[in-house]
Design a protein around this ligand. Sequence first.
Ligand code: SF4
Ligand code: SF4
Length: 462
Amino acid sequence: MSKAVSKVREAKLELYRKKGTIHAKAVGGRFNTARWAMVWLTQIVFYGACWLPWATEDGIRQAILFDIVHEKLYLFGLVLWPQDALLLAFALILAATALFFVTAMAGRLFCGFACPQTVYTSIFVWIEARIEGDHLARLKLDQSSMSARKLAIKSAKHGAWALVAGWTAITFVGYFSPIRELLPAVAALQTGPWESFWLIFYAVFTYVQAGLAREAVCQHMCPYSRFQGVMIDAATANVSYDRRRGEPRGARRRADAGDCIDCGICVQVCPTGIDIRDGLQYQCINCGLCVDGCDEVMDKLGAPRGLIRFASDNTLAGAPEGTGPGLRPRVLVYASLLLLFSALSVWTLSQRATLRVDVLRDRGALSRETAEGRIENDYTLKLINMEEAARRFRVDVHGLPGLRIEGDAEFTIGPGSIQTVPVVVSSPAEAAPAGARPIEFHTAAVHGAGAAISEKSSFILP
Ligand code: SF4
Ligand code: SF4
C-alpha cells in the first residue's frame, strides 16, 4: 500500500475512532458572553412563544400554532393556508440565503452562536458542570471506576438532562398541538398517538444529540460543516491563529520566540477539541472561545490581544487590519438574493387574497327551461374565508345579457371556514346561440375591501 493511500485510510479511521467525551475548560470573555446571550435569547423565544395568546372573534387562541390537522399556520394575526405555500417557500429561501451570506462574511458564525445543536449542547454541558464539577473533576469522574458516588452523580445528571429534554419536547410539540391542552394531556398520559410519538422522539433526540453526541454532531453528522468550504474565501473572517505573530511558539524567554507560549489554553477551552493553531478545520464552529482563552493569556503576559481572532486569510497574510470581509461578487450575489426574496415575500403578502372561490358546474343536468322561458344551469360554489372574522360575500354573474342568480346571492362564511353553496344561474333563452358560453362569477365581501375574486365557468344554452 502506498504511503499516500495509507495516510487517507488512517485519516478515515480517525473519524470513527472513539475519542471519549470532550470536557472543555470553562472560559469567560466577550465571545462566551455573546454565546450565552444567544442561548438566553433563543430559548426565551422558543420556550415562551408557544404560550403567547391571541384574541380573535371566536375567543383566545395560541398566537403561534402550526395546526396540521386543520392545515393552517397561525402567526399572531396572520393565518396561512396551504394555498400560501409560496410564502413559506420564500421564508425557507430567505433563511438559506441569509445563512450563505453570514458564512461568506464570517464563516460558521451561525454554528457557534445560534445553531440549536450548539445552544442545547451548551445548556447540557452547563448542567453537567453544575452536577459533576469543572472539566478536571469531570475527567476524573469519567476515568474512575463505578462506585455508589459515581452512580449517584451520573444518575442526577442524566435525570436533569431527561427533564430538560422532556420539557423541550413538550414545547416543540406545543407548536403543533395547543400547548395549554397538551400539558394536562401529558400529565394525565392521555396524548394522542402522533403527539406521543413526537414527544418521545423529540425528547430522545434532544437527549442524545445535546447530551451524548454533542460536538460529534458538528464533526461527523452536520452536512453544513462539509460544504461551508464552497461559501468562504480568502476574504472571509474566521476564527484564526496569527501564525506570523505567534511563531515560533514556546517560552517567551527565547529571543526569537513569538507570542504563543504554547500553554494549550486555546485547545483546552475548545468544545470540539481541536487546535486552531493547525489552521482552519471543518470541526471549528467559530464559537470564539479560543479567542477568549488566548486573550486572557495575552492579558496576563501584557501582550496585545488578538493572537487568535476573527480574521481573514488576506488579513493574516498582511492586508491592513480592519479592511473587513468586503463586498466581493459572492457577497453581492447573496445580498441581492436576500433583497429580492425579501421584496417578493412582502409583495406576495400584500397581494395575498383572503378569499378563495372554486366554481363547479353541475354535470348531472346540462340545462333546463323554466315556465317563463329562461334557461337555468346549476353550479356549486366553494367559498373559503381565510380571515379569522365571519364575513358576508355577494356573488354576481356576468358574461351574457340578462344573466342572473336565482334566489339568494349573499352568503355568510364563518371565520377561517370553507362553505359549499348551490347556486342557480339563469339566462334568457335568446341571450346567445346554443352551446357553452363563457361566463364569470364575481365574489366580493359585502363590507370592507380586499376580498374580491373572479372565477371563470361556462353556461349551456340548448
Ligand atoms: S492560548 Fe494563545 S498562547 Fe496559549 S497556546 Fe493558544 S495560541 Fe498559544
Ligand atoms: S477552534 Fe476556537 S472557534 Fe473553533 S470550535 Fe474551537 S474554540 Fe471554537
